[in-house]
Design a protein around this ligand. Structure first.
Ligand SMILES: O=P(O)(O)OC[C@H]1O[C@H](OP(=O)(O)OP(=O)(O)O)[C@H](O)[C@@H]1O
Ligand code: HPA
Ligand SMILES: [Mg+2]
Length: 182
């Protein structure tokens, strides 16, 4: 698996350090508010697990599964709900947890949905921001790392469902995906 990576952009140590920093920030922001922390599956799973263990106040966890990338490297433009929340959003302080904001389509869809469901507040925390990928105007409230417009894998991010279990974030060797997308 590791030999298929061309370059590591964020190391495991940098991610661990960042999760502690963000966890502290979220503790201060949400202390006493019992936020509803919503992980966007599948990609957000490792980040959600690491960051929320550094948040030192009560919170509720829930999950939503959405998908717009299929097996490829480009967004289909259509966000599909695969699993909806169990919790009610009305009156809750919603904290959306994402691995990446790229085109912004997934998060703009989810922010609109949670506002429509009458959340008391909606904030976004994302480990990665690729601002150059944006096709809709949306910003995250908390960003771990801003990265260049390359297709990334690792730490939740997949290519064709693989590489999510890498402990770092990197770029694949071009021959890995050009074989399938040519
Ligand atoms: O800003 P965008 O261009 O919408 O891209 C970001 C979204 O794309 C990825 O999810 P994907 O749809 O691939 O599902 P996955 O989490 O199951 O991989 C990622 O986990 C984000 O949810
Ligand atoms: O760079 C990316 N890598 C994997 N999944 C993604 N979904 C949006 N952008 C990306
Ligand atoms: Mg994906």
């Amino acid at each position: 698996m590791h030999q298929e990576i061309e370059e590591v952009l964020v190391t495991e140590e940098e991610i661990i350090e960042k999760c502690a920093e963000i966890g502290k920030q979220l503790t201060e922001e949400y202390d006493g508010k019992f936020p509803l922390a919503i992980g966007v599956l599948k990609g957000a799973m490792p980040f959600m697990s690491d960051v929320l263990r550094r948040v030192d106040t009560h919170l509720e966890m829930d999950f939503m599964a959405v998908s717009s990338y299929g097996g490829g490297t480009r967004s289909s433009g259509e966000v599909k709900i695969i699993k909806d929340l169990d919790a009610k959003v009305e009156g809750r302080h919603v904290l959306i947890i994402e691995d990446i904001i790229d085109s912004g389509l997934t998060l703009s869809y989810l922010v609109d949905l949670f506002k429509y469901r009458k959340a008391a507040s909606v904030k976004i925390v994302t480990l990665i921001d690729k601002p150059e990928g944006r096709t809709v105007d949306i910003k995250a409230d908390v960003v771990g790392f801003e990265l260049p417009n390359k297709f990334l894998v690792g730490y939740g991010l997949d290519y064709d469902e693989k590489y999510r279990n890498l402990p770092y974030i990197g770029v694949l060797k071009p021959e890995i995906y050009s074989e399938q997308e040519s």
